[in-house]
Design a protein around this ligand. Structure first.
Ligand SMILES: [Zn+2]
Length: 110
């Protein structure tokens, strides 16, 4: 997922995603229920109705961007559906099986 977002941000002229640490700070602000601020400059983040990474979202998931214009950085907030979440979990499971090697693959398909 993060590799996908990185690839997407490279194709978006000048606008870049926040790095991992900054993204986690924004997510924590969202969970706390406050209006999130830019971890770089402290400005209030503006919501953009559509996300720049929409084409990379799985199935019927939707999303929006929280952006800082001065820093030209954004955080994509993904709203999953039951279907898209299931697909993401299946992909993670498949990736974990592949990463675990041939022995685990034999177990998974047995
Ligand atoms: Zn900023």
């Amino acid at each position: 997922m993060n590799a996908t977002l990185e690839a997407a941000s490279r194709r978006t002229l000048r606008w870049r995603t926040y790095d991992e640490r900054q993204s986690r700070r924004i997510d924590a602000q969202l969970r706390a229920g406050g209006h999130p601020c830019c971890p770089g400059c402290g400005a209030a983040l503006e919501a953009r109705p559509e996300t720049r990474v929409a084409r990379y979202l799985p199935l019927d998931a939707t999303g929006y961007d929280l952006e800082c214009r001065p820093c030209r950085r954004f955080r994509a907030v993904v709203r999953h559906t039951v279907r898209s979440l299931r697909l993401v979990r299946m992909r993670r499971f498949a990736a974990a099986v592949v990463a675990a090697g041939p022995a685990a693959r034999a177990l998974a398909t047995a």
